[in-house]
Design a binder for this molecule. Sequence first.
Ligand code: SAH
Ligand code: SF4
Ligand code: F3S
Length: 468
Amino acid sequence: MLFENKSTSVFSEQTVYADRVKLSILNIYGENPKACVVTFGCQQNVSDSEKLKGMLKMMGYEITEDWALADFIIFNTCAVRGHAEDRVYGNIGKVKQLKKDKPRLIAAVCGCMAQQESVAEKIKKSYPYIDMVFGTQVFHRLPEFIYKQLNGSPRIFELTLDNSDIVEDIPVSRDGTYKGWLPIMYGCNNFCTYCIVPYVRGRERSRDPEKILEEARAMIANGCKDITLLGQNVNSYGKGCDHGINFAKLLRMINDIEGDFRIRFMTSHPKDCTVELLDTIRDCEKVSRHLHLPFQSGSSRILKLMNRYYDREAYLSLIKEAKARIPDVSLTSDIIVGFPGETYEDFKETLSLVEEVKFSSLFTFIYSPREGTPAARMADPVTREEKGKWFDELLRLQERIAAENVKNYIGKTYRVLCDGYGSNEGFVTGHTSGTAVIEFEGDEGLLGKFVNVKVDLYDGTLKGTIIK
Ligand code: SAH
Ligand code: SF4
Ligand code: F3S
């Protein structure tokens, strides 16, 4: 083996628990014990949930979407904004009734929200019907936790966040066949002042390149055509490791795997986005022409308060570089409106940056204070109502820009991966190498295949025709 891997043995302990659980649940629930995984939050959580499902299947559970049928239910939660947390509380409240109907139901809460001690405390006191709460770095111990619950253990609260080695070899039950998630690193070291992620996900840890390549090869062999590499800041992949492989090199190594597939990645932090990475995107034919590069605010004053390590000028010159090196690049971004102390003057700088760059699409959020972060202690005089007005102004601007952008597609031909059904029967949709979605005539048989489509018109959706 090329790279040393210290972590494989950790999961093997869990396989022993999994075998025991398998025997017990057959006795308790009969032939077909069922488990339901409810996921909130980002792709990282979706990917973790695929591992929760993998472990549950290994224990003999069948996966169901129907809460009422479940013998085990788990909520994999997100803490990034207050709204995300409110939704989780609303949902776990429903477990009370589920347990009345099915007293042997086991209920768990895990993920980023569960990692916060204040949340675990609240669940301990106010949601007595939740049997286990565990954090983001111990979720591979699910078989052990279920085994203990089945054997009369008291409620489990396990929030260890010790940044130990990444646990490999957890079974994965993937939600899709031709599109898949591939985590390359976990955690975040950036501590943007508004953000809870570094506190709930712990420090940055990169997977061994050999493990990533092994997983990529297996995905491709199983028919995957679109792999999204995941990390809070993929650009810092490999930092602190002695293998010397940075993110650009990793992309090249994956690009070299044989087969017809596409590589996407998210998220990139502008402070670590190098010219080497831009050139790699340009040179690697399998790497999608898309760069999600969150700028958060167009005001250098606010960026400094956010602890983002770049200013407006640096961001704009990076964008200029990206557009020059990758002529057909699609750019997308995240923006926070109403950071503490932001004035309308600051916000106007966000608007002008959006106007200047012409992003394909934006993910926009109104600032949400997160307990324990520095920004939550900053004065925040602007009302929610005022922030709402700014937010709407930003949305209107982006709608106008997106409508202008879309005109550039008409008459051109794109290679798309057919990956969904269209709005009318007999039509399917496909994603370009960037971010556009095109609808065209076709049936189920095209799903998961690459086709060339010429864009004919835009009527709220891009419509096209297959070119043979
Ligand atoms: N690691 C990624 C982002 C993860 S969170 C990155 O740095 O790009 C996704 C987005 O949520 C962030 O980019 C930010 O725009 C938004 N976000 C994070 N914390 C927030 C908060 N407290 N309030 C509002 N939006 C927030
Ligand atoms: Fe949060 Fe910043 Fe880390 Fe992204 S880079 S996860 S916004 S702290
Ligand atoms: Fe939410 Fe955790 Fe992702 S806080 S955005 S699920 S890393």
